[in-house]
Ligand binder design. Structure first.
Ligand SMILES: Clc1cnc2c(Nc3ccc(N4CCOCC4)cc3)nc(-c3cccnc3)cn12
Length: 245
């Protein structure tokens, strides 16, 4: 009973505008020619895979992403390759990056933050239920669909676009102490990241941000957490954040 999966190729798609570019390639808006179905097509150059030795990471990420089915996790519908590139056929998130919404407004309302954190918690609980941990979640990897619903869109590669923090690549802000100290980690690291994101949604920047990576390291390991007086955040929200660290 051969492979029922359709073998896709570039000829099946009409390529639209670039959505963003990353270290390993770019993401394009695309449309499947027959069905007119809109997707995002992520292009990764094989020479970059060789150069950065990321075959295993890419294969694992693709196997995981293909197997995950959750309303708050961006779908990977399939993939194909040609001589020099690998193409990932991804669900298109019509609402763009959550990061954009966060930066536009400076910070989110408690209502918005609560909605996103609830969606993230459900997606993480689903991942943990399937023994998938440490999804590399940071605002840059969180997208919104046409109804404003949050979608975790990470393959472990964030895509850099113009309106991103320059310190984005390699930012330590979201790493739990056991990650920073490269100890073995379990599901708890994802709960830590929820705390980071909850703080950032409400205050506009992550809690342990510092001038240098070394200082961010120290602040994470010390759990050097402080709540600014503005914007005004409820005691319940501060309590939740403290409990997650
Ligand atoms: Cl994967 C994947 C699926 N869908 C998307 C997507 N969707 C998307 C929709 C809308 C807008 N807008 C831009 C402003 O005006 C309103 C619409 C941007 C991105 N963006 C990216 C992305 C965004 C930025 C950088 N690198 C990649 C990756 N995506």
């Amino acid at each position: 009973a051969g492979n029922t999966e359709k073998q896709w190729s570039l000829a099946d798609f009409e390529i639209g505008r670039p959505l963003g570019k990353g270290k390993f390639g770019r993401v394009y808006l695309a449309r499947e020619a027959k069905s007119k179905y809109i997707v995002a097509l992520k292009v990764i150059f094989k020479e970059q895979i060789e150069k950065y030795k990321i075959h295993h990471q890419l294969r694992r990420e693709m196997e995981i992403q293909t197997s995950l089915r959750h309303p708050n996790i961006l779908r990977l519908f399939g993939w194909f390759h040609d001589n020099e590139r690998i193409f990932l056929i991804l669900e298109y998130a019509h609402g763009g990056e959550l990061y954009g919404v966060l930066k536009q407004n400076g910070h989110l309302t408690e209502q918005q933050a609560a909605t996103y954190i609830a969606s993230l918690s459900q997606a993480l609980a689903y991942c943990h239920g399937k023994c998938v941990i440490h999804r590399d979640i940071k605002p840059e990897n969180l997208l919104l669909d046409h109804e404003g619903r949050l979608k975790i869109a990470d393959f472990g590669w964030s895509v850099q676009s113009s309106n991103k923090r320059k310190t984005m690549c390699g930012t330590l802000d979201y790493l739990a102490p056991e990650m920073v100290e490269n100890r073995d980690h379990d599901y708890a690291v994802d709960n830590w990241t929820l705390g980071i994101l909850c703080y950032e949604f409400l205050y506009g920047n992550p809690p342990f941000e510092a001038e240098s990576q070394k200082d961010t390291f120290k602040r994470i390991l010390k759990i050097d957490l402080s709540f600014p007086l503005t914007p005004n955040v409820s005691e319940e929200a501060k309590n939740l954040i403290s409990q997650l660290f």
